[in-house]
Design a protein around this ligand. Structure first.
Ligand SMILES: [Zn+2]
Length: 243
């Protein structure tokens, strides 16, 4: 099984770059976890340097990937600059690594295809610790500038699109065909039994519990003695029996 090592930048006491009410460490983790889910769906083994908000030093991140004999290493970061007009996407590979450069290009191209960005800063090489000390093809992607107002909106609102693009780039590099996720059908969802007590009456109604909210069919009012009718798309609640 192919192993991908995902490295969400920063964490714990190290927030990374901060700007526009966002912290780098939160974005890198959220995106990395989403990338991992997509890769797992494609039968890729996914390893992480962290899956929670904890501090991990740089060399141990590379060592973890080396010890696990990961096939590729992808470090996820966001950029920042003191001039807030700086923006865009750039991906780094370790200087001299041809396979690393190919991986960087695959991820960069995939992100650009999603058309989230206004600026392509290109693929570059660098000697950042995590990609220098990893022994497999390794890249570090700087998703966008947290210090730029437009980029910060992408980082805040389009994490899933970013993650899909990063995952697609990795999969392409590994020669694995990307498969769209099947839409979760609402009809297939089993109904939940929602129990509640209304004015002292114990009731059980079939409904849906989603996002911390109970949804119950309006027919449940019949249990309270109301007459429910439908006319021209309108629900008519007619009367209440006096008990
Ligand atoms: Zn960073």
């Amino acid at each position: 099984m192919v192993k991908v090592f995902l490295d969400p930048g920063h964490g714990g006491k190290d927030p990374g770059a901060v700007g526009n009410n966002l912290r780098e460490k939160d974005i890198t983790l959220a995106v990395a976890l989403k990338v991992g889910q997509i890769l797992k769906r494609h039968n890729v083994e996914v390893l992480y340097s962290r899956t929670t908000d904890v501090f991990v030093d740089l060399t141990p991140r590379a060592n973890m990937a080396n010890n696990a004999k990961a096939d590729v290493f992808v470090s996820i970061h966001v950029n920042s600059f003191n001039n807030p007009s700086a923006q865009g996407l750039e991906t780094f590979s370790h200087t001299g690594s041809i396979k690393g450069a190919e991986l960087a290009k695959d991820i960069q191209d995939s992100l650009l295809q999603a058309e989230l960005y206004t600026k392509n800063r290109g693929i570059k090489t660098a000697n950042f610790t995590v990609i220098a000390k990893s022994t497999m093809p390794a890249v570090l992607v700087e998703l966008a500038f947290i210090s730029n107002i437009d980029d910060s909106k992408i980082l805040r609102n389009q994490q899933l699109e970013i993650a899909e693009s990063v995952a697609k780039g990795i999969l392409k590099n590994l020669g694995i065909k990307y498969v769209e996720k099947k839409e979760e059908s609402k009809k297939e969802k089993e109904l939940d039994t929602i129990k509640f007590n209304l004015h002292g009456r114990e009731l059980e109604v079939e409904g849906i519990y989603k996002d911390n909210t109970n949804y119950i069919p309006i027919r449940f009012l019949e249990k309270l003695g109301y007459k429910i009718d439908w006319k021209d798309g309108t629900v008519i609640v007619d009367y209440r029996e006096v008990k």
